[in-house]
Each structure stands twice: as C-alpha cells, then as structure tokens.
Design a protein around this ligand. Structure first.
Ligand code: GDL
Length: 545
C-alpha cells in the first residue's frame, strides 16, 4: 500500500525535484491531490534548538520538528535544517502514519547517537553487490547514517591489500558509495593491512597511501584503519628495531595517514588489535595516548561479543584513551564460532545512557543480509532514541518490517526459538513454559489434558514452520537464508508431538514411546543449528532415562 503526500508549501532552500525523490525513497508518493494521505507544510530553520546537539556539544544536521494535526491528512508541519534532517523527518512521518498511536502535538526529534551504522565486517562470503545496495536503502529507511564496507574476505582490503583494485571491484565499490551519497549516508571503508604490513617500511607506507587514495577517489567519506585479528606483537626485524612496541608502530602509521586524510577533510577511525576489555590495559592505553585525539577508536566493549555495554565502561575508556569509544558492536554477526546460531533477536543490554559517553555504535552484521535486518532495525531504534527504546516493541516492529505483516506472527514464534546469542539466554520462552506446564499437569493434574495441550503447542510450531516455508511467503530472500533453521524448527514439532503422545503418563513409558522419543532426539542432535536452546533436547533425554 502506498502512502501519498501533498506538499502544502516548500521553502526556497529545498529543491522540489530532490524533495520528491527523497519522499519516494522514504516510501511516500508525492501527488498534486490535496486529498492525499498526508498534507505537509515544510519549513526551513537555522534556530540553535535544531542545529546544535547539546549532548555532544557539536552542530547537527539531523534534528527536525514535527507539528502533527489531529489526523495525518489534517495538516502536518515539518521544520527541517538540511538534507538529512529532511530525509529523517519524511522517514519518520512514513512510519508514524501507519502507527495507530498517532498523537497530535509538537515533537522535537533528534538522534541519541551521532554515528549510527552497520558494518559488513564478518568472516565468510561477502554480500552480493545487489544485497549491499539494498542494505544502504534499508539503512536510510531506518535513519542509520553510516554504512561501513569491510568484509574480511574482500582480498583487496585485507589479504592482498597491496594489490590495486581490479576495475570491476572498484566500480562496484564506487556504485555502493554513490548509493550512500544519494541517500545522505556516510560511506566508511575499512582497510586491513596488518597481516603483512611492515610498519617501518616506506615502501609499504606508499602502498597503503595508494590504496587509501583509491578508496577516497571512489568517494569514501571516512576511512577505517583496521588492526584487528593480526599478530599482536611486532615481527619484522626492521619494526622491532624501529619501535618499542606494537602500539607505537601502529600509532605512527595511523597518525601519518590521519595527517594526509585531514587535508581532504576525511576522518579516520582506528580499530585496535586488542579491541575489547576494560580499556585501560597496557596496549590499548598506549594506543589511546599515542593516537591523534581526532582519530576515533573502535571498541567492542568488555568482550569480542559483549553481553552488555554500560555507560560507566564507556566513561572509563574515554578517560584513559583521550576520546570516547566508537562501538563496533559484534551483534548480529554470527561468523566463526557462532555459525550454528541465527541472530534475529532484539538488541538488548545496551545502557540507555551510553550516548553520553560514546559518539556512536556500528553494528557488525551477519553474512545473511536479509535476516540481519531484523536485529539492525531494533539497533536503529535504540540508536535513535536510547531512552525510549523498548526491545520487545521494537522487535515486533522489526519483524513486521522485514518478514511482512502476513508472516509476522509465525516469524515471532520461530524467532522465540532461536534466541541463542551473546545478548540473550538461549531458552525459548513459549516452549519452556509449555514444557513446564506439561510436566506439572502430568504429575499433578490430568495426563490426558496435558497431552492435548502440548499437542496443540506442537501444532502451532508445525503451522508456523509451514507458513514460513511456504512458496507464497512475503520475503523469499529471508526464507532462503533461514532454511536450515526452519528445517530444524519443523523437526521440533515432531519432537514436541512425540512428548505429547508418549510422555503424558505418570507411570513408565512404553517401549514404543522410548523408541519414538530416542529417534527424534537423535535426529535433533544430528543437526547442530541452534534452535530450541537446550530445553527440548534435555526434556526428551530426561523422559527416556
Ligand atoms: C572479530 C572481528 C570481526 C568478526 C567478529 C565476530 C572485530 C573488530 N573484528 O574479531 O570481523 O566478525 O569478531 O567473529 O570485531
């Protein structure tokens, strides 16, 4: 369903053609009809209340004001301060018009965090070019302002960093960055020379400059120098002779790169080799002291994949390292040791006060772009309004946005069974409750009723699995990414059904019952995709003890 918009007035500062393009990109169709869904009056402002971010003490181009009438078609005034502010206002209006809780009145809107982004920075097959472009569109529709390109398996940026880009790769990168520019999004590109770079070598310094010059030529608006996942001590004899330690070598290279980029107005971010911990360890504090304070430092928090991030941890990092951390948050990424998990749960355990001590968060996505969007949509909600963020509400909104309204209920039921991640207890809430209620009813109530209720739950799983695996599902790309997890989910219905049939007696089980449960348990164990946490297999194993 399209939402139409009619402009009641447009200030001279705004180019109408661009305005209509931004509206379309935000999901609004401009029309000349004054019977449209939205009637919008646009105003331009330079007032400090909208152009200054007092929390981070810097100018902002992202704030806007909405004056909402009793209904959307009655009259809406948006007061904007520039291209980004206009874009976010239109995205917000597009969201609000479908929200039944539309409230009349004046709202000043501005993001909690300065940098809000996503990273293609995982190990594994990089996204396709089309998926990457689509992800930039997704970022814009969710008011994320930064996209970082740094897949570990792009040879030109890591293993073969010295080799100049082939024309086709360069063109694809330029197109992706062009899409970012068109959508008012910063395009950050990460370069990782550290697997083989000699920090003291002039020749390597020139090659690094040449590679960075290519990235700037194709339009990168910021550069990240990534020293993660490389040897954590100096190895080359020339480096050992030239520098007291790794931090000194890395600072010299980074500060030199920063000086060059500064001339072109391009900011630099550095990712340390040890990028997690307390923030005051010897290496990181040496890096923090040695890097030019205008360089941002990536930090993943207390662990590589941090279960929680608090404002006081960020404040401690900032004190020791001369700058607030820019979080590289390893969620929803599921590479390396996490490949059996599917991270489609809501973002959680990030302090609502974090924005006071950090300029931003960049979320590292999964190799599955479509499935990543679920967590990323919740992350964007948190980053825009950390105080008002409600993980459950945001999760339902995200699932509806990505899976489609038709399949949202089935997807929520499935998503409840794949909670396992660094952020969340792996146990599925609904299934755990159903199994506990079953055991109680068998022991203290009516075993037949217990069996019927659990069978009804198995049927719910069966129905949700069938809906999500059906050819007419709304998001086919998402479906394809979830295949192995959905297959196991479907098997879970069989397992729950076997319990309902054979374990609903408080006396011992029949030999057929034991055989049926053992069989389904074996099949569940053979498939290591993380679905149903531990509770299902544990319950099955307990019943045949
Ligand atoms: C890492 C890598 C990242 C990877 C992630 C999860 C950083 C800075 N680097 O160590 O590329 O996807 O862990 O495995 O996090």
């Amino acid at each position: 369903m399209t939402t139409t918009v009619h402009w009641l007035s447009v200030p001279v500062e705004i180019d109408r053609e661009r305005l209509n393009r931004v509206a379309l990109q935000s999901g609004l169709t401009p029309t000349d009809e004054d019977t449209s869904d939205l009637l919008v009056d646009i105003q331009w402002s330079t007032e400090p209340d909208l152009t200054y971010d007092s929390l981070h003490r810097r100018p902002t181009d992202e704030a806007y004001r909405l004056d909402l009438g009793v209904t959307p078609s009655e009259h809406v005034t948006i007061t904007v301060t520039g291209p980004r502010s206009l874009r976010w206002a239109l995205v917000d209006l597009r969201e609000k018009i479908t929200d039944p809780s539309w409230v009349e009145g004046r709202i000043r809107c501005s993001p909690s965090f300065v940098t809000r982004g996503l990273i293609e920075g995982f190990y594994g097959p990089p996204w396709t070019h089309e998926a990457r472009l689509d992800m930039v569109d997704f970022a814009a529709r969710n008011r994320l302002n930064t996209v970082m390109y740094a897949p570990k398996d792009d040879p030109y940026l890591r293993r073969d960093w010295r080799v100049p880009h082939a024309e086709a790769s360069r063109d694809r990168l330029a197109e992706m960055i062009g899409r970012c520019r068109d959508l008012d999004i910063d395009a950050m590109v990460g370069i990782s020379p550290g697997l083989s770079m000699r920090y003291s070598s002039d020749e390597d310094a020139d090659l690094l400059d040449a590679k960075i010059a290519t990235l700037v030529e194709v339009g990168a608006t910021s550069i990240a120098l990534l020293y993660d996942d490389i040897p954590d001590r100096l190895q080359h004899p020339g480096d050992i002779e030239a520098f007291p330690d790794l931090a000194a070598a890395q600072c010299e290279v980074a500060n030199r790169v920063h000086d060059k980029l500064r001339v072109a107005g391009i900011p630099l971010v550095v990712c340390p080799t040890i990028y997690w911990g307390e923030g005051d360890e010897t290496y990181i504090s040496a890096l923090g002291q040695g890097l030019d304070p205008r360089i941002d430092m990536f930090w993943t928090g207390r662990a590589i994949c941090s279960p929680a991030i608090t404002a006081s941890e960020a404040a401690h990092f900032a004190r020791v390292n001369n700058r607030p951390p820019l979080y590289w948050d390893n969620y929803p990424v599921n590479d390396v040791a996490m490949t059996a998990e599917m991270h489609i749960g809501a973002y959680q355990n990030r302090d609502p006060l974090l924005a006071r001590f950090s300029n931003g968060v960049m979320a590292n996505a999964m190799e599955y772009p479509e499935a990543s969007k679920i967590a990323l949509a919740t992350i964007s909600d948190y980053l825009w309004d950390a105080d008002g963020y409600d993980a459950e509400i945001s999760w339902v909104r995200a699932i509806t946005q990505v899976a489609g309204a038709q399949d949202a209920a089935a997807m929520l039921a499935f998503a409840d069974t794949v909670r396992a991640s660094c952020l969340s207890d792996p146990e599925p809430v609904a299934l755990t409750e159903a199994l506990q209620a079953f055991a109680f009813e068998v022991e203290y109530g009516d075993p037949d009723v217990a069996g019927e209720k659990l069978e009804a739950f198995a049927e719910e799983i069966r129905r949700a699995a069938a809906k999500l695996q059906a050819p007419d599902v709304e998001n086919r790309t998402l479906q394809a990414e979830l295949v192995p997890w959905l297959t196991k989910y479907e098997l879970g219905a069989e397992a729950v059904s076997a319990l309902a049939t054979h374990a609903c007696s408080d006396s011992s089980m029949t030999p057929e019952g034991v055989a049926a449960i053992s069989h389904v348990l074996e099949r569940l164990k053979e498939d290591d995709h993380r679905v149903f946490g531990d509770v299902l297999e544990m319950t099955l194993a307990d019943t045949i003890l």
